[in-house]
Design a binder for this molecule. Structure first.
Ligand code: ADP
Ligand code: MG
Length: 249
């Protein structure tokens, strides 16, 4: 079955920084077409996990297979080629404030010796902006946009190469509840429109509930509870419970 095919498969992943053991035996599978919300407290290793998935950090131990390839074994052009198939929406937005939105978006298209004509680049920028509902902002600077709009532009930039996998690192952090709700809806629209499989990293329970077909809780360096939102938060596990309380009180 097509939707049983894993696009990311992680087995026995360990990562430490000096004495700090961050990931301690992570097992994880992302199936084609799935949106998985990865929940965990600040400092639990969520961003480290994403960086390993895109090959920015090397695992100490374990197997990380992304779109059929063991990413930590790749380098140079092969690694670049695989990364182009993954869209990454950064935690901090990471837009270039000195460039207008058009150039922020077209930038990935002009890298890696891609030989696209201006017409193709314009069309790609327009399509990505349309997908996030901000076509009219093409010639503005990031500093002219609201926090929510900047997040949208970050997502548009991640979409520009029509990725097979989307990774969202804290897509709703720093946003008010209404804007967060809009971003959650956008993540679902992106999945439909681009047929992506996604990981949504978050410590926002509402975001996890509204974007994840499945929830995976990163606790003490491992995934300790996975399933639907109701399954995970209906469980009696003490740490899961305390996470739940911590987020709502
Ligand atoms: P979060 O779940 O909030 O995204 P991170 O994955 O960013 O947490 O970080 C997990 C832990 O690993 C933190 O204690 C952080 O300080 C540490 N860490 C992350 N990257 C590095 C690094 N490159 N060098 C040393 N420590 C790091
Ligand atoms: Mg983080």
């Amino acid at each position: 079955m097509e939707n049983e095919q894993p696009v990311i498969s992680i087995k026995g992943l360990y990562k430490s920084f000096g004495d700090l053991d961050v990931l301690k035996g992570v097992d994880f599978t992302l199936l084609k077409g799935e949106n998985v919300a990865v929940l965990g407290r600040s400092g639990s290793g969520k961003s480290v996990l994403i960086k390993i998935i895109i090959g920015l950090l090397k695992p100490d131990r374990g197997e990380v297979i992304v779109l059929g390839q063991q990413i930590d074994k790749l380098a140079g052009k092969e690694l670049d080629a695989l990364r182009l198939r993954i869209g990454f929406s950064f935690q901090a937005g990471a837009l270039y404030d000195s460039m207008d939105i058009y150039h922020n978006l077209s930038f990935p298209l002009t890298m890696n010796n891609r030989k696209l004509g201006k017409k193709d680049i314009d069309a790609a920028v327009e399509e990505a902006l349309e997908a996030v509902g901000l076509k009219e902002k093409m010639n503005q600077l990031p500093t002219d946009l609201s926090g929510g709009q900047r997040k949208r532009i970050g997502i548009a930039r991640a979409l520009i190469l029509k990725p097979e996998i989307m990774l969202y690192d804290e897509p709703t952090s720093g946003l008010d509840p209404i804007t967060s709700t809009e971003i959650n809806a956008l993540i679902m629209q992106v999945q439909q429109r681009y047929n992506t499989s996604s990981i949504i990293i978050t410590h926002d329970l509402t975001c996890a509930k509204n974007t994840g077909n499945r929830i995976a809780m990163l606790l003490d360096g491992k995934f300790q509870a996975t399933g639907s939102f109701e399954e995970v938060f209906g469980s009696k596990d003490k740490q899961v419970e305390s996470f739940y309380e911590y987020n709502f009180i």
